[in-house]
Design a protein around this ligand. Structure first.
Ligand SMILES: [Zn+2]
Length: 237
């Protein structure tokens, strides 16, 4: 009987403790307005995969769009969040729609498609996202890294959009070199200045992290061999 009482006391102590802890924790959550990053249950995808369109549509509905909304309203770096909001706003107004594609296009995640205004036809701009590729990426890196990746990818395409007229006469390599350099200078570096570590955000070996190391090593010179070697992988001549 004495033993039982001992257990009871212990149980009450533990419960009391968790109660205090939980209360404290939930107050913290409420005051900081922390909302968890959208999540999607998905097995690791390995090798050549065929993902039925119905799965891709489910992923788009349950992860891609909620993640886009999450970034627009919750991304921790204000200046990047604001740029992202404008992209989503142009999608909503139909000025630059975001269109999802369910057929794989190599290892491309996203693309900016543009038609020059001509013959009385207005300019047309679209962002395309390739869902199969996004799902493969998501299965490897998980929700948090995917959030950062989706932000960088979107702003990369936005960079192409903003420079579309001046890029018209440039080679693909030059266009991509500028855009990837822009990712490093205007997005990845800004993330780091706000305490987000690129090395941690993008799993080692990911192309964005690789770009950032090459950018740092190039010390402001896009002709530096470190940057040119990186570009050999992204857009070989
Ligand atoms: Zn590009």
């Amino acid at each position: 009987m004495k033993r039982m009482t001992g257990y009871w006391l212990f149980a009450v102590l533990v419960t009391g403790f968790s109660f205090v802890f939980l209360t404290g924790d939930s107050v913290k959550v409420a005051s900081r307005e922390v909302v968890s990053i959208p999540n999607y249950e998905m097995p690791m995808l390995v090798g050549d995969i065929f993902l039925p369109e119905v799965w891709q549509r489910e992923f788009a509905e349950e992860l891609f769009w909620p993640m886009m909304e999450h970034i627009a309203s919750r991304y921790p770096v204000e200046s990047l969040r604001e740029q992202f909001q404008k992209v989503l706003e142009r999608h909503r107004t139909g000025e630059v729609p975001i269109v999802l594609r369910y057929k794989q296009y190599g290892t491309v995640n996203a693309m900016f498609i543009w038609r020059w205004p001509q013959d009385g036809m207005p300019e047309e701009q679209t962002f395309r996202f390739y869902v199969t590729q996004l799902m493969i990426m998501y299965s490897h890196i998980g929700s948090e890294a995917f959030m950062h990746q989706l932000l960088v990818t979107t702003l990369h395409e936005e960079f192409h959009r903003m420079h579309r007229f001046e890029d018209a006469d440039r080679s693909v390599r030059e266009i991509e070199s500028r855009a990837w350099w822009g990712d490093c200078e205007y997005t990845l570096q800004v993330m780091e200045e706000h305490g987000l570590e690129v090395k941690k955000m993008f799993v080692k070996g990911a192309l964005k992290a690789e770009a950032y190391y090459a950018y740092k090593a190039s010390r402001g010179d896009r002709n530096a061999p470190e940057w040119q070697q990186f570009m050999d992988r992204v857009a070989p001549e």
